[in-house]
Write a protein that binds this ligand. Sequence first.
Ligand code: FAD
Ligand code: SIN
Length: 554
Amino acid sequence: MGAIFCREPSAYTSDTMSQRFSTDILVIGGGAAGLTTALNLAPHARVTVLCKGDIETGSSHWAQGGVAAVTDPDDSVTAHIQDTMNAGAGLCDKQVVEFTVARAGAAIEKLQARGVDFDEFGNEFHLTREGGHSHRRVLHVADATGKAITQALTDRVLDHANIELFNDRVAIDLINLSKLDRFANRCAGAYVLNRSTGRVEVFQARFVILATGGASKVYLYTSNPDSSTGDGIAMAWRAGCRVANMEFNQFHPTCLYHPHAKSFLISEAVRGEGGVLTLEDGKRFMDRFDSRAELAPRDVVARAIDHEMKRSGADCVYLDISHRPEWFIDEHFPTIRKRCAEFGFDLTSEPIPVVPAAHYTCGGVVVDRHAQTDVPGLFAVGEVSCTGLHGANRLASNSLLECLVFAEVASDRIRAQLHAPFESIDVPHWDESQVTDSDEDIIISHNWDELRRFMWDYVGIVRTNKRLQRAQHRIDLLKQEVNEFYSHYRVSNDLIELRNLIDVAELIVRSALLRKESRGLHFNLDYPDSADQPIDTILFPGSVEHLQLLRPRA
Ligand code: FAD
Ligand code: SIN
């Protein structure tokens, strides 16, 4: 085999064994993070973007509230920084927060230039408010901000001659050259399942960007779409990257409670615009938990709801914005009103039933200020990464902001390295010689259900050592079974995702067991207080014996 990648940046090559594709930059993920990085780099190099399905498969498309950015003269960057740090419960990296918040304005301007029309009021942006924000600061497009952003970015991507978008592709594993004899630690691409053909393809690239989103599907109830199976975190971990703060799983306080609603999110902006939380008897309760009441940060509100549901035995609490005029609700929350109506609830005239659900993965692949991971050539941007911005609890609407800002820094860093000398190397084909087709797919779906249920029951909003240990034991058993399956049978989408979910569940539980305190989103009844010194949980790949706590905050 000859050398096949990055010789001729614009040429794709393929062969008959497993199809091979070669490109300069491989972006795995087509959400806000992946599409923005692809667009930034496309003027300089050949870019390939992989998505599991179409654009609706990522969380970005479903984002409701909006993007946090200081645009009001009465607001200030200092206040946005402080709100982020307060929500993060002592674990935010202050420099990263300052850096990200300071770049919000430029990120918004770029989005506008790419075709996103944020809602306006007069000649100003219309700003909504969400929990933990001391000012109205969230730019939005009604209650479907993510749809507007991903649509605008996708239109640009599809128009760009230097970008090739492959749908229905699921990356299985990253290719780290250090696994081949003679070669240094460097990421050279990924093995990818083509979901349409069932074949595994090889995508070789000089730079790989993980933009695969979060891992909230590890829980039974989640606001996230099906793609959030933590693939990027699991792949990076297996490829030799550190992973941090995985115990901080954010539960959004308000998802619609209905057996068929599949945890449809009711934006925090509903509370920002005056919505109140009540019990079945109509009484408000949040002021008993926090002086900011419904607009306290998410960890506080979700825990309060959990407490009230357990105390009263109720299946849900209620969110009531019916005191607002109908025109107002139609203007600000048309998507939410429509979706509620499909389940028989009228947002304009009655309280609607809500429950918390897994929403966001604050931890992830450790990256530096340039979105560079521990493996040279591999970057991670967006929810897959752990930049230090969110600490122990993400402030509302700071996620899309992080996607946009870190897409910029990753692109800048890669652009600066594009002209450095580079040795192209062939990587081995995907080896299917030892595997057969599975006739036991039912085991995979049972294991999926089992994992998500015990993660919800034992590793949810309130944890104990005993529950965490119980979860760990179940994970060990599942891991053994799935690894056996993985070595003997041809890979399928469900098997790839289950393997990743189990790896991610293990990372979450190990991190949770290491943290001997309660902080932000991690609440353990055996250690209800916060330690004096906030410390990140950083897991090192290779051996469970090497798990460590590191990086104390100043
Ligand atoms: P995603 O948008 O999740 O995209 C991941 C991409 O990776 C997808 O294209 C997927 O197909 C692809 N992918 C995953 N695994 C693989 C694989 N193995 N192979 C190939 N492709 C793969 N945040 C805010 O800041 N403001 C909000 O208003 C807001 N509202 C939200 C509402 C909802 C309902 C949800 C679920 C989240 C919300 N969030 C919000 C969070 C925010 O939307 C996400 O954190 C953010 O969009 C993540 O973007 P991303 O590009 O990192 O990943
Ligand atoms: C929401 O609209 O409530 C989601 C905002 C976010 O997750 O940041």
